[in-house]
Design a binder for this molecule. Structure first.
Ligand code: ZN
Length: 138
């Protein structure tokens, strides 16, 4: 997993989590602290989303992928890891406008579920994927 949008320390953290979670099915305390250090308060919220299995990886036959994250309010956000985008207000405000955060809790939950291998998988047709992509509210 490589993202041009994340600093290497953040990527390394995901790689470490991936490795250790595979072996122990747990994230050790020091990595939780590192997550909080790198991502601030949204780290714990993202872990909650992961624990609640709120992340679904949606893929279509043509190979397109998107992630759907069910937020605390029950709203579903469609996130795109490939372009590092989430349509939620926090992403727009913190990441895009103020440029003082790397990502929102939804995108972080997506990265974490991928690293931990716990994202739900859902296959859709190419047509459904197009609807999903065009239905994203900006
Ligand atoms: Zn978001």
């Amino acid at each position: 997993m490589h993202s041009p949008f994340l600093p290497s320390i953040a990527e390394q953290l995901f790689r470490d989590i991936q490795k250790i979670y595979k072996e122990t099915s747990q994230i050790p305390d020091e990595m939780l602290i590192a997550l909080k250090f790198v991502y601030g308060p949204c780290a714990l919220q993202a872990l909650d989303l992961v624990d609640q299995r709120s992340v679904t990886c949606v893929s279509s036959p043509s190979g397109r992928r998107a992630f759907q994250v069910t937020g605390g309010s029950g709203r579903i956000y469609t996130c795109f890891v490939s372009c590092h985008f989430c349509p939620c207000p926090a992403f727009a405000y913190t990441v895009l406008r103020r440029n003082d955060g790397l990502l929102c809790k939804h995108l972080l939950a997506v990265y974490l579920s991928q690293a931990m291998g716990v994202a739900q998988q859902e296959a859709v047709s190419d047509r459904e994927m197009s609807t999903l992509l065009s239905g994203t509210a900006f």
